[in-house]
Design a protein. Sequence first.
Length: 135
Amino acid sequence: MDDEDARDVSNGKEQQKGGPTIDQNGEQEDIAGWLMKRNKLTRQWRRQWFYLKGCDLQYGDSAEKLRKTIPLTGARIEEADVGKPYAFSVKPRDSDRQYLFHADSEQEQRRWVEAICLARMSGTDGDQSQACVIQ
């Protein structure tokens, strides 16, 4: 199996590497996996398990310990210049908080950013005027 055919099985769902999957009803399927997240107080990077379900990004120490949720409806997603490769930020619409993440590879970064952008737009009642642009 070559890289283009590689698949990731996270949380019991099969997903194409490189982008979110869409089910037969045209809805985005949930994705899950590890990302590094910067702590807002200590500014230290910590490996966290993330689970994207609907318009919410849940995270915690493991798949069994998802303790926090980031609402994505209307959130702003951008590349982040934080001295780490494959970094991006998420700023929820009704919050001053900016969440910083970095992935292990460009492919993982793209997979997460695309999935978060789809989730963000699915909760905006059709208002897609703030499209995500990550290069």
